[in-house]
Write a protein that binds this ligand. Structure first.
Ligand SMILES: Nc1nc2c(c(=O)[nH]1)N[C@H]1C(S)=C(S)[C@@H](COP(=O)(O)O)O[C@H]1N2
Ligand SMILES: [Mo]
Length: 414
């Protein structure tokens, strides 16, 4: 399993996910190869997300008084919002300012009841996949709920000379552990039609956001990879510095990248028997450019065949065959009790169906049954084709803007 060295994945979650996938495949076999594979629940339970967390100790492992001191309990959680005073002539002449800062010193920092109260009139709910820029496997998909950043910033009155908004979580009070991210003023304040706002989430899948998923409150940036969605949120500061000084910019990542439209392939068996159907399955994320379809290409290989480059002529030629994308589910079965799909962002307020499929910045499962393979070794690749008709990974083979290489399942037919 590939991993991001700087951000180790929680082993427990991975083992569990693999076990679930294996169980689902076994079930499909027992009811016959024609049954449709469904290896992933549509919403991922909070504990089953793959965890990507920095810090020593990881903030979500704190307990008792340490948790209280970190202000990571519902009663002790506070959010400070300040202006940073940054100037750097000649390009940054005046510092950003806020009419009202929210600070611990003044006793004005925002607490959780006040945020939830704001949510009574302002809350938003939507479905979003969490995807690390550096890990080629979706981490999970949730129904997130909270208050748009815009409405929280309005608590500070007039703002001036604000070009970016930065935010940080709890990092053991150690400056070297700080993990911060940012959005531009416009991204925070204005949401294009059909798009989704940046918001401060305090609920996931109908329940209070767990500590492991970044609770009591985390930022969610719909269009971005996970590094923009800072967990254990404690500070927001506005600045006139126009640069994107995100922590994730440090390792050659593109900090302004958008979530990629990309197909990810599940692990499959290494061997199947002649006459048996090869069952391909995986998940497709609907990124910036949407999803038109998912396709697969199967090729026969020798024992020592070399890996193909993403632009190898034979790979581009295919033939690429369409996969089956799962249909929109019966939402009353998938959503937490009491959640009305007509009230979700990105859903039609009359029909209660998602306006796009998969949901924008969400994901769905796909599958294909490949039959009639003769004995030999095979490789199967899957790719997404976006709404512009561009096949992944065109036009962006640069993997530090988001891992979306063509994934391969290799097996032998015996
Ligand atoms: N405070 C904090 N927030 C964070 C991180 C972190 O290490 N610390 N990791 C980020 C990264 S790189 C990713 S991919 C996502 C992962 O979210 P998850 O653990 O809920 O799956 O959280 C982001 N938010
Ligand atoms: Mo990440």
């Amino acid at each position: 399993m590939p991993s991001d060295k700087a951000l180790p994945i929680n082993r427990r979650s991975f083992v569990r996910q693999t076990a679930i996938a294996a169980g689902a495949v076994a079930m499909v076999k027992s009811v016959g190869a024609e049954a449709l594979a469904r290896t992933h629940p549509f919403l991922t339970p909070a504990d089953d997300f793959n965890d990507v967390s920095r810090g020593r100790p990881k903030p979500h492992t704190l307990q008792g008084q340490a948790l209280v001191d970190a202000r990571l309990t519902p009663d002790t959680w506070r959010l400070e919002i300040t202006a940073d005073g940054f100037v750097e002539p000649p390009s940054v002449k005046r510092p950003a300012s806020l009419e009202r800062s929210l600070t611990l010193d003044q006793g004005s920092a925002l607490d959780l009841p006040s945020l939830i109260e704001l949510g009574r009139t302002r809350s938003v709910k939507y479905i979003k996949a969490m995807q690390c820029l550096n890990i080629p496997t979706p981490l999970g998909q949730g129904l997130w709920e909270g208050v748009p950043l815009r409405d929280v910033l309005r608590l500070c009155g007039r703002m001036d000379n604000v070009r970016r908004i930065y935010y940080r979580g709890f990092h053991n009070n150690d400056p070297r552990q700080v993990f911060q991210s940012s959005v531009s003023y416009t991204q925070a304040m204005e949401t294009p039609p059909g798009e989704l706002p940046v918001f401060l989430a305090y609920r996931l899948n109908g329940e209070a956001l767990t500590l492991e998923r970044g609770g009591p409150v985390r930022m969610i940036v719909p269009w971005a990879h996970g590094f923009k969605s800072i967990k254990w949120l404690r500070n927001i500061y506005v600045t006139n510095d126009h640069r994107t000084n995100d922590t994730y910019a440090d390792n050659n990542n593109d900090p302004e990248s958008r979530l990629k439209t990309a197909a990810y392939v599940d692990d499959g068996p290494k061997r199947i028997r002649v006459g048996e159907t090869a069952l391909l399955s995986g998940r497709v994320i609907s990124g910036l450019s949407g999803v038109r379809r998912v396709e697969y290409w199967v090729r026969k290989v020798g024992k020592d065949s070399e890996m193909l480059e993403y632009d190898a002529p034979e790979l581009l030629l295919g033939p690429w065959v369409p996969c089956d994308l799962e249909a929109q589910p019966d939402w009353s079965e998938v959503l937490p009790e009491g959640v009305n799909p007509r009230r979700l962002l990105g859903f039609d307020s009359k029909s209660g169906l998602s306006l796009s499929w998969p949901p924008r910045y969400g994901m769905a499962s796909y599958s294909a049954r490949i039959k009639g393979l003769k004995a030999g070794r095979y490789e199967v690749r899957a790719r997404a084709v976006d709404l512009n008709g561009h096949a992944q990974p065109e036009p962006r083979p640069y993997q530090k803007s988001g891992k979306n290489a063509l994934q391969v399942w290799r097996f032998e037919v015996v």
